[in-house]
Design a protein around this ligand. Structure first.
Ligand SMILES: [Mg+2]
Length: 339
């Protein structure tokens, strides 16, 4: 059944039904979900409320005609990834959606991707709005983190190790293949596409890192650029072993240049990059075995008085990268732009 324009209130009822059918409209923290003028939350006094908002715009953040199920997943995943980076547990989210047409098949698939991830993390849709306009998806996610336990960007200390979860660069490898920037054989492309379309927010890891990590963020724009945010907030420098960055077999098969570029600067990884004192190595290695691979990729070094935070890159042998190589890698890849 194809809904007609002007039926955007019906769309909203559609999301309400989707949310309720999953029996997750109400949880301990959410007294009242969708259906009234506002949702009502009951904050636990021992917890801080973590709030994050991310907007996805067609042509800017995803291709026109992108698979709606992937979009539903990704729109929520990028927000949950921000909660994960602070060590927060998801509580609920709101959705503001502009759609060019009220297309029920699109909505059904979008909801499937959205609610499957919401269900996985017990994170109900608690409110929002729909309207006609260029396809734009804006989600605000709310999370809880015990007061004082949130992992901020500003806590990195000289001597800390720098770690990253999972593997880097596959989303960028997939994007480049889709944009014909390079060739990728069919089976490799199939293997890396899910990393681009359906990133997994590292929520369990984020919560486990409370009390271990001194600073953290999620890698959304590319590792080196994002790491600079930590350096700036913490007023420290860093050294990164560029060939130590964890990569997949598919990326390992590429040229050294492409390998390094995708791993160091490819966006959309949604892994966690964090710092921790070296005294936490045993704990982190245990976590790496139990949960998902964690790799030590460098260390935090002393700040240079009054100067901008500096990031030094070393190769597999520990040698400094040449100025040219380093320059290439520290200039981030262009972001996904529309034509
Ligand atoms: Mg983030």
């Amino acid at each position: 059944m194809e809904a007609k324009l002007g039926e955007f209130d019906l769309i909203w009822r559609f999301f309400k039904a989707g949310s309720e059918s999953m029996a997750q409209n109400q949880t301990d923290q959410v007294l009242l979900g969708i259906g009234d003028d506002c949702a009502l939350l009951q904050p636990d006094p021992a917890q801080s409320l973590a709030v994050t908002s991310d907007m996805l715009v067609e042509g800017r953040h995803f291709f026109a005609n992108a698979n709606p199920e992937w979009l539903g997943h990704k729109a929520l995943a990028v927000n949950l990834s921000d909660l994960a980076a602070m060590g927060a547990r998801p509580v609920g989210f709101t959705l503001a959606l502009a759609l060019p047409h009220a297309d029920s098949s699109w909505l059904t698939q979008f909801s499937q991707g959205l609610f499957r991830l919401a269900q996985q993390w017990q994170c109900p849709l608690i409110g929002g709005d729909t309207t006609q306009g260029p396809l734009t998806i804006c989600i605000t996610a709310l999370g809880h983190v015990p007061t004082g336990a949130a992992i901020k960007r500003s806590g990195a200390k000289v001597g800390d190790d720098i770690w990253v979860s999972g593997r880097l660069g596959d989303a960028r490898l997939a994007l480049g293949a889709l944009r014909s920037e390079w060739l990728l054989d069919h089976s490799s492309l199939e293997a890396v596409l899910p990393r681009m379309h359906e990133p997994e927010p590292r929520i369990t890891l984020g919560m486990q890192l409370r009390g271990i990590a001194s600073s953290a963020l999620d890698v959304s724009d590319g590792l080196l650029g994002d790491l600079r945010h930590i350096l700036k907030a913490s007023q420290v420098n860093a050294e990164v072993l560029i060939d130590q960055l964890p990569i997949s077999r598919m990326l390992a098969e590429q040229t050294e240049h492409l390998r390094r570029q995708c791993a160091a600067n490819g966006g959309d990884d949604y892994e966690l990059c964090f710092t921790a004192p070296s005294s936490k190595r045993m704990e982190l290695e245990a976590l790496s075995t139990a949960l998902l691979p964690l790799t030590r990729i460098g260390s935090i070094t002393s700040p240079t008085n009054g100067a901008e935070p500096t990031l030094i890159l070393r190769d597999a042998n520990g040698n400094l990268l040449t100025a040219a190589d380093s320059m290439l890698l520290t200039q981030s890849f262009d972001h996904f732009k529309s034509n």
